[in-house]
Unconditional design. Structure first.
Length: 417
């Protein structure tokens, strides 16, 4: 009965969202934000999330094992290969040094902002900071489309999101082991080897699966529908083989698989099914994103706003300040070394492109209730994602449109005639 109620509720809310989408688009309100609000209104007024079977464990598994492989594969598969190559150094710079700087700033700000060393120790602040460095560019895709951002800038933002999601998950898993076992002792060399195995191993698995998939497609030459289905199976295979069989990063495995398949299928194979596969993955990403935010809205408890509002505000403030501080330190090197960025007058949008989404939700739900601060971390994660979707995305679009309008008015001499 729970499954029937869940499916009917999601279908009805998605239909209502599609009916209201023209109004939301006219108001420049993101579709994802509309779905989240519909889910929250429905869940808080009519049906409890527990009645739908959406407890934290189920939602976490849906995020990591259903939605995340689709979102990662879709974003990487559609990546512009030449643009990715031109911006690779900038992507690595944003995904690693910037992520580490943001992690330090976020952790320190949250720890001292909470001001409760006993109830919210350093390990809790580290877990929260690691959870919050995972950006989610998909949450801002519609905004980027409306703003018509250049390809290189979109590549920088999407590439940063893809790589630091993997980094965030690997580091969070390691820190969670320390939180659950305070007596656990690992040396710096052991930690470095663990991270290297996760990262390098995930990339190698993804490369291997990607080439195997391409060989199969060349030999088999399936129909467009079979190719689309095969890429979907490949995405999940890359994720599950890496995570469950080899214990390496599933996100990096999917990322590597999608980059190899996307680059080859778009540029080398020149097959007529490419357009169908592209449309298929756009549909899959839209469906996954829509269901994700609907379920998030349904599962949010009103209590987080009354009981943990201060923690949420601290988390939002820490994320904003950490992004500004981190980019202020990294941007001079990025602008000096990345030729593509020098040509982009609107590159300051990088300061506001750090939305949170699927990975932050999944990690927030991964904190076990045995840890006394689990509810605080989960509330902060949910609160920051809500801020990204409901406030950050609409304000980003309004700010950028106003900026572009002002530039157009200055450049257009018609008013002087």
């Amino acid at each position: 009965m729970e499954l029937v109620l869940l499916i009917s509720s999601l279908a009805g809310l998605l239909l209502l969202g599609l009916v209201l989408k023209p109004l939301a688009s006219h108001l420049r309100f993101p579709f994802e934000a509309l779905l989240l609000l519909l889910g929250f209104a429905f869940g808080s007024q009519l049906v409890d999330a527990d009645q739908l079977g959406l407890h934290s464990g189920i939602l976490r598994d849906l995020v990591f094992y259903v939605f995340l492989p689709v979102l990662i594969f879709s974003a990487a598969y559609s990546m512009d290969a030449p643009s990715f190559g031109r911006n690779l150094f900038g992507i690595i710079l944003l995904a690693m040094p910037l992520a580490l700087i943001s992690l330090v700033f976020t952790t320190v700000l949250i720890y001292y902002g909470m001001g409760h060393p006993t109830g919210f120790p350093w390990i809790a602040a580290l877990l929260t900071g690691t959870m919050l460095i995972a950006t989610h560019s998909q949450a801002l895709q519609q905004v980027f489309i409306h703003l018509n951002l250049p390809s290189d800038l979109r590549t920088l933002i999407r590439g940063e999101s893809l790589l630091n999601n993997a980094f965030s998950i690997v580091l969070f898993t390691l820190l969670l082991a320390f939180a659950l076992e305070p007596d656990l002792t690992l040396g710096a060399q052991e930690i470095a080897l663990y991270i290297a195995w996760e990262v390098v191993g995930g990339a190698i698995v993804g490369i291997g699966i990607g080439f195997f998939a391409l060989i199969f497609l060349r030999v088999r030459q399936p129909s467009p529908h079979e190719v689309a289905l095969f890429t979907l199976v490949t995405a999940y295979m890359a994720y599950l083989v890496a995570e469950y069989v080899l214990n390496v990063s599933g996100v990096l495995s999917v990322l590597a698989t999608a980059l190899i398949m996307g680059r080859t299928m778009h540029q080398d194979l020149d097959a007529p099914q490419d357009h169908f596969v592209d449309e298929f993955w756009r549909l899959m990403a839209t469906l996954a994103e829509s269901l994700l935010f609907l379920m998030l809205g349904l599962s949010i408890a009103v209590d987080i706003f009354s009981d943990r509002y201060l923690a949420i505000l601290i988390g939002i403030g820490a994320v904003i300040l950490a992004r500004i501080a981190g980019l202020a330190l990294v941007m001079p090197l990025l602008a000096r070394t990345n030729k593509a960025l020098k040509k982009l007058p609107n590159h300051n949008i990088l300061y506001f492109s750090n939305a949170r989404g699927a990975v932050t939700i999944g990690l927030a739900l991964s904190v076990p209730i045995e840890l006394e601060y689990w509810w605080t971390i989960e509330s902060i994660g949910f609160g920051v994602v809500l801020f990204s979707v409901l406030i950050q995305a609409p304000l980003l679009e309004l700010w950028q449109q106003k900026k572009m309008k002002n530039k157009k008015e200055v450049a257009d001499p018609a008013d002087l005639d």
